[in-house]
Design a protein around this ligand. Structure first.
Ligand SMILES: [Zn+2]
Length: 122
């Protein structure tokens, strides 16, 4: 889990398939935050990791700077995408994602359970 995937090494970011996109609602399926639901704030496709709001919070001890007061700052750290599942708005739970090409040629992600199209907001 902590190791980077060997097969993905050396690939350019756009070559790495990643079902999770920024602004997705995701469910954490493993680790200490299991069961939590949050919004994806950032994705690192090459590292197969994503930052999710309120998940994997780490405490950073910051020195006061002219820009911040310092002290202990809590912020979300990247979590491996294998610990995450995209939330289907219809099933209301984490689901596996399939891909579909619409008639006009646009590729969309669909819920494998109900077939609902899952769009990344924005
Ligand atoms: Zn669904």
């Amino acid at each position: 889990m902590l190791f980077r995937s060997k097969s993905k090494r050396g690939l350019k970011p756009h070559q790495v398939k990643c079902a999770i996109r920024k602004n997705d609602q995701v469910v954490v399926i493993a680790g200490k935050d299991r069961g939590k639901v949050g919004k994806v704030l950032q994705v690192f496709p090459r590292r197969q990791r994503a930052v999710v709001e309120g998940v994997n919070i780490v405490k950073r001890h910051m020195r006061p700077t002219p820009y911040s007061e310092g002290g202990i700052i809590e912020k979300p750290a990247p979590i491996h995408i294998s610990n995450l599942m995209v939330m289907c708005p219809k099933c209301m739970k984490g689901v596996r994602i399939g891909r579909k090409v619409l008639e006009d040629g646009t590729k969309v992600r669909v819920c494998k359970k109900c077939g609902e199209i899952i769009e990344a907001k924005e």
